[in-house]
Design a protein around this ligand. Structure first.
Ligand SMILES: Cc1ncc(COP(=O)(O)O)c(C=O)c1O
Length: 381
């Protein structure tokens, strides 16, 4: 095509041309899925009963979200106008960015964290995405984060527990941030809430600029149905409702959600499996001498070093999928493993033992010890 003709073709907004893209490696996942932090087992059997009861006629109707929002609000002790159901938390992030950000605004995020924040923020503001990076501890940089707030800050997003690290941010610190930025929306992403237990959901009625997101993709095992929620002040939720499609959550998800929420015993069982499995995984990594970041989520971030890609390939050959996080800021050499139910953790650890041997992985010797070893070596010279 000649350049003159090219200028006459339809072009997307500049922000769309410039925004980053998220392409998770979804192909070829017919293996043990320890790569995406999903529930690796199943949702409650009550959910499957709901799916079996859906009639073909029901599939012809547009879905009605409000009755289920009333059920969800009651479950969490909130008013229905304080809740919006969304097509996963991914859509919640998108709606929040669309509703609150415009050119010239800034949005503050902690990095490394979930990449969809970058995508939705960059769609709305060119150059408005401000990232505060963890130091090598990968913990939340609270003081530096607070210092990043200014009069242009309109949106702040913090995931706790965070992905990909599993690090958490104490409730008091989150409330402090909300107070420090009264003209900004603070979105606390509690996608992995169940595996930790601390929440800011009950602060919603008192904190007018707080939005809390929860997904049903993780502990509840409904990732394929695409359903999440935002809780917050009725005014803020009203703005989000205004920009969302009335049919954003499909009827199968809406039919299943009340059953999933009501079966608390099932969720408790699954969460317990993860907590026990996580402790086993961390103990197993200690035994294998693999350093890792202590996690409060349903995954553990391991520090493999230069052989990170080789490990992922070797594990795939063993039938176990991992997620290489090396491209994340400050995560070079890090690989993430999802915690599943008991037998899956056993299999993950077995495959890790075999794969580390196959790639001839050696534990990294920390710098201090390195210096001590060199000094010791000199003694024998
Ligand atoms: C921190 C965080 N938030 C949100 C999501 C997306 O959740 P959903 O499946 O509800 O879109 C993920 C998915 O991995 C996540 O890690």
């Amino acid at each position: 095509m000649n350049p003159a003709a090219e200028t006459r073709t339809v072009q997307a907004r500049r922000a769309v041309l410039q925004m980053p893209e998220y392409h998770p490696p979804l192909a070829g996942r017919d293996a043990l899925r320890l790569d995406f932090n999903e529930n690796t087992f199943a949702p409650s059997p009550k959910v499957m009963e709901q799916i079996a009861a859906i009639t073909s006629e029901e599939l012809t109707k547009y879905p009605e979200r409000e009755p289920v929002e009333r059920v969800v609000a009651a479950h969490f002790g909130l008013e229905p106008n304080q809740i919006l159901l969304t097509n996963g938390v991914d859509e919640a992030i998108h709606l929040i960015a669309v509703a609150f950000l415009e050119e010239g605004d800034e949005a503050l995020v902690w990095t490394p964290s979930f990449f969809m924040y970058d995508v939705s923020i960059a769609l709305m503001t060119s150059g408005g995405l401000k990232k505060v990076q963890s130091d090598e501890t990968l913990q939340f940089p609270f003081e530096r984060f607070l210092a990043g707030i200014n009069e242009r800050t309109k949106l702040i997003i913090v995931a706790s527990p965070n992905n990909p690290t599993g690090a958490v941010v104490e409730r008091q610190k989150l409330l402090h941030i909300a107070e420090a930025a009264p003209l900004a929306v603070l979105m606390v992403d509690e996608a992995y809430y169940h595996f930790h237990g601390e929440t800011t959901l009950m602060d919603v009625p008192q904190v007018p600029n707080l939005l809390v997101t929860r997904t049903f993709s993780k502990a509840y095992g409904l990732a394929n149905l695409r359903v999440g929620m935002v809780a917050g002040d009725a005014r803020l939720i009203g703005f989000l409702r205004k920009v969302s499609s009335p049919y954003n959550v499909n009827g199968v998800a809406l039919a299943c959600l009340p059953a999933a929420l009501a079966d608390e015993a099932y969720v408790q069982w699954y969460v317990e499996q993860i907590r026990i499995g996580r402790a086993r995984m961390m103990a197993g990594l200690d035994e294998l001498q693999v350093p890792y970041f202590p996690s409060e989520a349903n995954f553990v971030l391991m520090r493999i070093g230069a052989k990170h890609a080789e490990l992922v390939t070797a594990m795939r050959a063993q039938g176990v999928l991992l997620r290489d996080r090396s491209a994340d800021p400050g995560c070079d050499g890090y690989v993430r493993i999802t915690i599943g139910v008991e037998a899956q953790v056993t299999e993950g650890l077995r495959a890790l033992g075999v794969s580390l041997k196959q790639i001839d992985w050696q534990p990294h010797v920390p710098a201090q010890d390195e210096a001590a070893m060199i000094a010791k070596g000199r003694e024998y010279e």
